[in-house]
Design a protein around this ligand. Structure first.
Ligand code: CDP
Length: 215
């Protein structure tokens, strides 16, 4: 089974994906970390994340072994990620790795769960289960602010909200693989749901799809 989870910034895709991976023995790929890693590399090179040549070079030579570095979760990494993510050469350079991960998940996993913006539409259009996780921008900003504050960052919710809205707009409006709902995705609006409710709902959906595919 391949599970594709898409949605805007701070909707809770990562939390859900991690829990599904653990419950159903799936390999998990946080595709946002790929774009964040490219963005951080460009910053470290002293270049502009919006510069296509630098970003494409960073994507083509990316070290895929450091995707869980805490540096990638910083706010400036998210901002740089959304700038490099709008560059078609960057997306092209990362596509094969993502598709290969989904098709050949590291053993002993029996499937894969990927989260991002274009998983159900571009990376894995044949995924057996597609979820689109969303929530109001205010609620997403509230959750992201708490997450950052727990990590010791001194952030203000209004600022986080402005960043999220800016990133959403850029992700939706870009011409290559924009943030979009696949026609066959199931939408979960989590504004009024806590993480356990979202997980329980996704477990039911996963089981029902797995039964369908076993028939
Ligand atoms: O965790 P959060 O939702 O804030 O962001 P993320 O999933 O780590 O993604 C960071 C940025 O990478 C997004 O704002 C997108 O611009 C980009 N991204 C993308 O374009 N395509 C993906 N499949 C995943 C992320």
């Amino acid at each position: 089974m391949i599970v594709a989870i898409d949605g805007p910034a701070g909707a809770g895709k990562g939390t859900l994906a991690r829990r599904l991976a653990q419950r159903f023995n799936l390999a998990y790929l946080d595709t946002g970390a790929l774009y964040r890693a490219v963005g951080v590399r460009v910053l470290e090179m002293g270049a502009e994340p919006s510069d296509p040549a630098s970003a494409a070079h960073a994507a083509r030579t990316l070290d895929l072994t450091s995707l869980d570095s805490p540096r990638l979760r910083d706010e400036d990494a998210g901002e740089a990620a959304s700038q490099v993510a709008a560059i078609p050469e960057v997306r092209a350079a990362l596509l094969d790795f993502q598709r290969d991960f989904a098709k050949n998940p590291p053993s002993p996993c029996t499937g894969a769960v990927l989260d991002g913006r274009d998983i159900g539409t571009v990376v894995c259009p044949h995924a057996e289960l597609k979820l689109y996780i969303t929530a109001s921008a205010e609620e997403r900003a509230r959750r992201r602010t708490l997450e950052l504050q727990e990590k010791g960052f001194d952030v203000i919710q209004e600022r986080v909200l402005a960043d999220i809205l800016g990133r959403d707009e850029r992700d939706r409006d870009r011409s290559t693989a924009p943030l979009a709902m696949a026609g066959d995705a199931i939408v979960l609006d989590t504004t009024e749901m806590d993480a356990d409710m979202v997980f329980d709902r996704a477990v039911v959906l996963f089981r029902s799809r797995a039964e369908q595919f076993a028939e």
